[in-house]
Design a protein around this ligand. Structure first.
Ligand SMILES: Cc1cc2nc3c(=O)[nH]c(=O)nc-3n(C[C@H](O)[C@H](O)[C@H](O)COP(=O)(O)OP(=O)(O)OC[C@H]3O[C@@H](n4cnc5c(N)ncnc54)[C@H](O)[C@@H]3O)c2cc1C
Length: 504
């Protein structure tokens, strides 16, 4: 095969995963194409819960404030009894923000709005989605992938170094690779619909017949819109009438109310719930990400979040390897992300079972802040005796001040495509392009006046913490001769060229 690459990466599918990946590649200057077989953007609400860890990712991608401004937070619930009376309750815990965890509760924004904001960010970075362009075949060899694309009135072959299947639960890429998708189809059918309706207060999430798998109905006002999202179980056999009349009938039957009137339906879907995990996330130069790699019940609002974080994990690694990092960095994608999906499949299935009993409790685990990569090959192991932060942990935030006196946060220092090294004290570190070095302590450029960095990182004098571009700790090292050598080796492996080499 000739190596006349038209772009470095082809991203197949412009849902939340494909868009995240494209933003990550665009802000690192990697050439890519992002295609979607649909003629226009998807317009359904589907994944409406944005978890705190994804909010941190969105801050780094430069879209968090827009997502917050466009959406909202989940309202309290009204849980109706059969006689029409109701109790008010919260759908989950609402902990206070903490210095180390600034985002504490899920946001609510329909998926079509999240994706619109992502496309706008991509445009700022000079990227775009090619709608109406489907991947219909591909072959890979040692050097690249030749993809066959099809759109209205055109077919083309296109050669890239890497292909990423971000093409959803029925992934064409996954089946073309022959990657198994074991798991099960759960004995639950469900419908979801975005409707304009009258007769219900938009200040509440209305829940009828909670735990009754025949009559349950959830009617939730969709933040940032005039719509409500209806969700409920439906029989797996036979057609479900998702027209305005059909949904009107369903509402009357399940709520025993005639004052709730459906005005229009903007999107609706009936589906069978599945819990499945791809056997592999990488085959040679082809990767699977998002729903293409895992599907599960929507309980707990994990799918879109996990998909965004998959792509966020893969993006910087593809860019690094294209710039010269060792190829095995790309193997760490599956090794880090597949166990996360496996755990999330278990969590969302357990929550589904609890939901069937009307006992669903969304605790800390749904917020995804404790996800980490303790067994990653990227980690440089710190001393096993070390307390506090370890390689593979999420790097916490902390309010700080710059030496010039301005208030700042660690997340502000981490934001961007670079690596960050936080050094406690004056140990010597050679600067490198792509590495931002910040120092605490006397003559440091950052001031930990309230000891939040100390509380979160517990760095001894002369210790440093190396933070990856995706906000996870790669190493905690003592900057003696051995630690400094380990740091240099790690940075070399990650494709961060030593300064003198970069000058040549
Ligand atoms: C009812 C419901 C409620 C949900 N609620 C939540 C929630 O609250 N929180 C949450 O996190 N998640 C939720 N989810 C899950 C969430 O919607 C998905 O996890 C998310 O959409 C996955 O994103 P993705 O980009 O991987 O895939 P998708 O959004 O499915 O995008 C895949 C894209 O690939 C394109 N494509 C497919 N084949 C090709 C091809 N051959 N060539 C080119 N393009 C192709 C498709 O057109 C599509 O646009 C919910 C899902 C459902 C169904």
């Amino acid at each position: 095969m000739p190596n006349d690459f038209a772009a470095d990466v082809l991203v197949c599918g412009a849902g939340a995963a494909g868009l995240t990946l494209a933003i990550e590649l665009a802000r690192r200057g990697v050439s890519f194409r992002l295609i979607d077989r649909m003629g226009e953007p998807f317009h359904g609400s589907r994944g409406k819960g944005i978890q705190p860890r994804t909010q941190e990712v969105f801050e780094d991608l430069g879209i968090l404030d827009k997502v917050v401004a466009a959406g909202g937070i989940y309202p309290m619930m009204r849980d109706y009894r059969p006689d029409g009376s109701f109790v008010e309750k919260d759908f989950g815990e609402r902990p206070e923000p903490m210095p180390a965890e600034p985002y504490h509760i899920p946001l609510m924004i329909p998926q079509f709005m999240t994706e619109r904001i992502m496309r706008e960010r991509l445009t700022e970075l000079s990227g775009h989605v090619e709608f109406g362009c489907a991947l219909v075949g591909f072959e890979q060899d040692d050097n690249g992938v030749t993809a066959r694309l099809s759109g209205p009135g055109r077919e083309e072959a296109f050669r890239v170094r890497y292909l990423v299947g971000a093409d959803g639960g029925r992934s064409f890429v996954r089946s073309a690779l022959g990657v198994g998708f074991p798991g099960k189809t759960l004995d639950v059918g469900a419908m979801v619909a975005d409707v304009a309706l009258t007769g219900l207060d938009r200040g509440w999430w209305h829940q009828f017949n909670d735990g009754d798998m025949q009559w349950m109905l959830s009617i939730c006002p969709l933040g940032g819109t005039d719509l409500f999202q209806l969700q409920g179980p439906v029989p797996q056999e036979g057609e479900v009438d998702l027209s305005a009349e059909g949904l009107q009938h369903m509402i009357a039957e399940r709520t025993k109310r005639n004052d709730v009137r459906v005005q229009s339906v903007s999107w609706a879907s009936a589906y069978a719930m599945n819990a499945r995990l791809a056997e592999r996330y990488r085959v040679g130069r082809v990767f699977l990400t998002g729903d293409a790699a895992h599907i599960h019940p929507p309980t707990g609002g994990q799918g879109l979040n996990t998909s965004v974080q998959d792509a966020y994990n893969l993006g910087w690694k593809l860019a690094a390897v294209l710039r010269g990092a060792s190829d095995d960095l790309l193997d760490s994608y599956e090794c880090e992300r597949r166990p996360v999906a496996e755990a999330m499949l278990g969590l969302s299935t357990r929550l589904l079972e609890a939901g069937k009993r009307g006992e669903i409790k969304r605790g800390r685990e749904v917020r995804q802040l404790d996800i980490g990569y303790p067994n990653s090959s990227v980690n440089v192991e710190s001393s096993p005796k070390r307390d506090g932060i370890r390689a593979g942990d999420r790097a916490p935030d902390a309010p700080i001040a710059g030496a010039a006196g301005h208030p700042s946060r660690l997340f502000q220092l981490f934001r961007g495509a670079h690596w960050t090294l936080l050094v406690n004290g004056q140990g010597a570190v050679a600067p490198r392009p792509g590495l931002h070095i910040h120092r605490l302590g006397e003559k440091g450029d950052i001031v930990d006046a309230l000891d939040h960095v100390d509380a979160a990182y517990e760095l001894a004098q002369g210790e440093c913490v190396l933070v990856r571009p995706d906000g996870y700790v790669a190493a905690v090292l003592s900057l003696g001769p051995a630690g400094s050598a380990e740091l240099e080796t790690c940075l070399d492996r990650m494709g961060l060229p030593a300064y003198c080499e970069a000058q040549q």
